[in-house]
Design a protein around this ligand. Structure first.
Ligand code: APR
Ligand code: ZN
Ligand code: ZN
Length: 362
């Protein structure tokens, strides 16, 4: 039987979000209903509300979540009712050209639940944020969006791996391939950049230089493992990073802002044959101009990081284990826990740069 639960809806462009009763269908083939225990508030949720991602209102917001599988549809074998899972927004297909070549973290045909959740009052179909929609007591997803992890971790910490924190850690360890002894610079130290700092730390980087325009962010970055900090409002970050790396530049520079000027800084702050990782997401009107000779002459790799190039089935359980062993402090990303009714206020705090993550706990 379909169930009615409470969920946070973005009803229209720039309208305040509100709590509504939503209808969650029983899981069909390949689907699962998950009882959400915690869901972080991400910039992408705000972008949905602002109409910056698509016009398919109303949206059911929330996508950084963990919870318990309540029921599964026909043919689901990887997860079962009672499993503690982290939700991911790139359920790999196993059949596309990327998957078939053994590179499923690039999967070009990721999928979501086929059935739609609806608004109880009007019957209108909801568009779940990133195919998840987890600011809700329960949500319907594709079973492949559920990744089982050690249930002894708290849900508010686990859910963070579902988006921003995974993107940042993955930018360092998967995309940037940071290794022992590398010098790393991270430009932009919000939740994603801080996670990149933590990832570089985990990978054994010798030097981790955090760059931001906000001293509060630099302080947090230090607690995540940054060995040096640069306020780029006061100091030229390219010069500073070169100075801190024997005059050469860093082996890997991670751009976690998503702007042309910070990308240029990343490009010139890396050593010859170094790697630039772009994990910040630009907007459509942004353009980049670089001398092509510099692109050639400086060599190395210019990479983008999609969702940290993560493979949830490989990376989520591993990172949760490292967290439980005390080797990765995921708890440090949770600034505050809030209720479903507080999402609008959390957007404001996020907008002012006051939080790394507000996490809705259900
Ligand atoms: N130079 C350096 N740092 C900057 C600059 C700049 N010109 N402009 C902004 N920043 C810093 C902010 O002070 C903040 O600490 O970048 C950080 C951005 O952090 P958040 O706004 O918290 O965003 P976050 O969640 O970390 O995401 C960063 O990654 O996944 C993408 O869409 C996401 O593009 C966004 C980026
Ligand atoms: Zn695929
Ligand atoms: Zn997100």
């Amino acid at each position: 039987m379909a169930q009615e639960v409470r969920g946070v809806i973005a009803p229209g462009k720039d309208e305040p979000v509100r709590l509504e009763t939503i209808v969650v269908p029983d899981p069909g083939p390949g689907e699962a209903v998950v009882q959400v225990q915690a869901c972080g508030v991400c910039h992408t949720d705000l972008h949905y509300k602002q109409g910056g991602i698509s016009d398919d209102f109303p949206f059911l917001l929330g996508h950084e979540a963990a919870g318990i599988v309540e029921s599964v549809g026909a043919g689901v074998t990887d997860v079962a009712p009672g499993d503690f899972v982290i939700l991911n927004w790139r359920a790999v297909c196993g059949r596309c050209r990327a998957c078939l070549r053994g590179r499923p973290w690039y999967c070009f045909d990721t999928h979501n639940a086929e059935q739609k959740m609806t608004l109880a009052s009007t019957g209108q179909e909801l568009s779940p944020a990133l195919g998840i929609g987890a600011f809700a007591e329960k949500t319907l997803v594709a079973a492949g969006q559920c990744t089982k992890v050690d249930p002894s971790v708290s849900a508010q910490v686990a859910g963070l791996l579902g988006c921003g924190v995974m993107a940042g850690i993955g930018a360092a360890i998967n995309t940037g391939q940071v290794g022992r002894g590398d010098t790393v610079a991270v430009i932009g130290c919000g939740g994603v950049g801080d996670a990149a700092v933590a990832g570089a730390n985990l990978a054994g980087a010798a030097k981790i230089i955090a760059v931001d325009i906000d001293d509060r962010k630099l302080e947090t970055a230090r607690s995540m493992g940054a060995t040096h900090t640069v306020n780029s409002r006061e100091t030229d970050p390219v010069e500073a990073i070169r100075e801190l790396t024997g005059g050469f530049g860093a082996d890997v520079v991670i751009e976690a802002v998503g702007r042309p000027e910070t990308y240029k800084q990343a490009f010139y702050a890396r050593d010859l044959a170094g790697t630039v990782v772009l994990v910040g997401v630009p907007t459509p009107e942004m353009k980049l101009e670089l001398p092509l000779l510099d692109v050639f002459g400086r060599g190395g790799a210019l990479k983008s990081s999609w969702y940290g190039d993560c493979l949830p089935s490989r990376d989520f359980p591993m990172l949760i284990d490292l967290h439980l062993q005390g080797r990765l402090d995921l708890g440090a990303f949770v600034t505050e826990t809030i209720e479903l009714t507080d999402v609008e206020k959390a957007f404001e705090r996020m907008h002012h740069g006051d939080v790394l993550r507000s996490v809705v706990v259900l």
